[in-house]
Design a protein around this ligand. Structure first.
Ligand code: XBP
Ligand code: MG
Length: 238
């Protein structure tokens, strides 16, 4: 029996990564770092989940073995850059620069009407979720989701399964009664690691990823009904 749908945020509920990329670059410019990430580089960097982890990964790439600042100074720089970036991203989302992907809102609404439980399992920051969904769904957006696990509650980032395991634990449901929705290989591995059948809707940043193990790989959730999900879920359980 299908009881709950668990959604990733970035790239799945909405194509957010272009806005994240612009926000990272705005933060680097504001700090005079002379860093400018382009789409090909960001596509690579997205294999590192988590904005802070991504900045640290890039710092180590460009600084190689140079240890010109000690660990605490680097931590402080990364935290500051990420704070500036998150504020820039929030503003961009508030300005309406990010839309939910096709079929997402319809599916969320239909799932609620049919009594399915909804949850979020993401590596992004909580402020980003609120900014995106307040704009896309409205002020009552959080009432849609029984459980939200994010970067503030699950520090081990995807592909680690922690965020999905904690979501299932808080839902009080076995993985077998749920479906996960993801856009990336890291996300798929994280959901599979928690035992979840997973539907993948790739985007421009992740179309080339390996989605072996996905229950379905779809261009989007447009036209996907709860009945269809129940059918796919039942097939997966056979
Ligand atoms: C995608 C991520 C996040 C975003 C940036 O999250 O890995 O790091 O790219 O957001 P999801 P932060 O699990 O929703 O696909 O800078 O807040 O990390
Ligand atoms: Mg994602």
């Amino acid at each position: 029996m299908l009881s709950a749908l668990i959604f990733d945020v970035d790239g799945t509920l909405a194509d957010t990564e272009h806005a994240h990329l612009a926000a990272f670059n705005a933060a680097f410019a504001a700090e005079g770092l002379g860093w400018q990430w382009d789409v090909p580089l960001y596509t690579e960097l997205l294999t590192v989940s988590g904005g802070k982890e991504r900045i640290r990964h890039y710092w180590q790439q460009v600084n190689g073995d140079v240890r010109d600042i000690d660990g605490t100074a680097l931590d402080a720089l990364i935290d500051h850059l990420h704070t500036v970036k998150t504020a820039a991203y929030e503003q961009a989302v508030r300005d309406g620069s990010v839309r939910l992907r096709p079929g997402v809102l319809e599916l969320l609404e239909q799932a609620r009407r049919e009594g399915l439980t909804l949850a979020i399992a993401t590596t992004t920051s909580p402020v980003n979720i609120a900014a995106l969904l307040r704009t896309a769904i409205g002020p009552d957006w959080s009432s849609y989701f029984a459980v939200i696990e994010d970067a503030s509650t699950a520090p081990l980032k995807k592909p680690h399964p922690q965020v999905y395991r904690q979501t299932l634990q808080r839902l009080g449901l076995p993985a077998a009664q749920c479906l996960a929705f993801e856009d990336s290989a890291n996300g798929l591995q994280s959901a599979l690691g928690a035992g979840l059948a997973t539907i993948v809707t790739p985007n421009d940043f992740t179309a080339h990823h390996d989605f072996t193990g996905a229950l379905r790989v779809l261009p989007s959730l447009a036209g996907v009904s709860v009945a269809q999900l129940r059918d796919w879920h039942a097939q997966a359980r056979r």
